[in-house]
Each structure stands twice: as structure tokens, then as C-alpha cells.
Design a protein around this ligand. Structure first.
Ligand SMILES: [Mg+2]
Ligand SMILES: [Zn+2]
Length: 163
């Protein structure tokens, strides 16, 4: 079975601007240390999977195609720095739709775990919200909090030390 690190996006990879959405690449700002942290992860045997709520899609603020364009730019920048992300799962739904994938619901994790045959007991989720910790607990993943500049770097260093 595969071990994995699940990463939240907003607030972990890119700077969170409360009350506004990233709807174009120009809005996307990598937090300090993120590209180095992902490069370190990429040198381990851990799969790297992004899990992100993107309700801006069903709120009509961004199309799925526009999200893909943002993610292509993000992946290019990560690859240029020597890292990789193996899969991206996003939830397009708004809270009122009561879907089964919007974190802290486990739907995106369940799909990834089944597809990649992941051993949850040896895997982590890194997020920046209490609801991320709740999601990790529901799925059975270990949790690390990462917030702001340097946050992901610290979380990854801890994981690589523990694993
Ligand atoms: Mg977040
Ligand atoms: Zn959803």
C-alpha cells in the first residue's frame, strides 16, 4: 500500500485572503517555503495529493476550466522548483448544496484513497483550519496544522522526521 501526504491548498500552499477567492493565476501567491517543502516531499516515497474546496465554481465566480488553468500554472512552478503533485481533487460545490465532497466531508479523500490504494494509518493531511483537522479525524489520517509563511515547511519537516 501507498503512503501519502494530502495537502490543502488555500492557506497552506497559497496565501489566504479572507473574503476573496483565487479566481485567476494573478491572485495566486505561494507562501514562503512551500516549493522547498514540496521538493523535499517529492524526494520521499510519499504520494502528494491536493484536496481543495473551490466553491467559487458553483458560486459562479470561476469556471472549472479557469481552475484548471490556475492549477497548471501552480504545477509548472512546483515542477520548476523540483517538486511534484501527483493528483488534485477539488470540490466545486457551495455549502448549501450539502455535497459529500466539501471538506470536512470525506468524499474527496475517499476517492483518492481508493484510487491510489492508500494506507490511511500511515498518511497525513496538512491543513490550516479546524475543519481540516476534523476531516483528517473522520478519514483516519494523521493531521498537521500549517499556517502562513513557513507553515508547510515545518509540517513537512515533522512528517519526514516521524516517517
Ligand atoms: Mg485552507
Ligand atoms: Zn462537493
Amino acid at each position: 500500500m501507498i503512503r501519502a501526504v494530502f495537502l490543502d491548498r488555500d492557506g497552506v500552499i497559497n496565501r489566504l485572503n479572507m473574503g476573496s477567492y483565487v479566481t485567476k493565476w494573478e491572485d495566486f501567491e505561494f507562501l514562503d517555503g512551500v516549493k522547498d517543502a514540496i521538493k523535499e516531499l517529492a524526494a520521499s516515497d510519499l504520494k502528494i495529493i491536493l484536496i481543495t474546496n473551490q466553491s467559487a465554481i458553483n458560486r459562479g465566480l470561476m469556471t472549472e476550466y479557469e481552475l484548471e488553468v490556475i492549477h497548471e500554472h501552480m504545477l509548472d512552478a512546483i515542477r520548476e522548483a523540483g517538486g511534484r503533485i501527483d493528483s488534485i481533487y477539488f470540490c466545486p460545490h457551495a455549502p448549501h448544496e450539502e455535497c459529500t465532497c466539501r471538506k470536512p466531508e470525506p468524499g474527496m479523500f475517499d476517492r483518492a484513497i481508493e484510487f491510489h490504494d492508500i494506507d490511511v494509518s500511515k498518511s497525513w493531511f496538512i491543513g490550516d483550519f479546524e475543519s481540516d483537522e476534523e476531516a483528517a479525524a473522520r478519514v483516519g489520517l494523521k493531521f498537521k496544522l500549517a499556517e502562513g509563511d513557513g507553515g508547510l515547511r515545518r509540517a513537512v519537516d515533522e512528517i519526514l522526521t516521524e516517517s
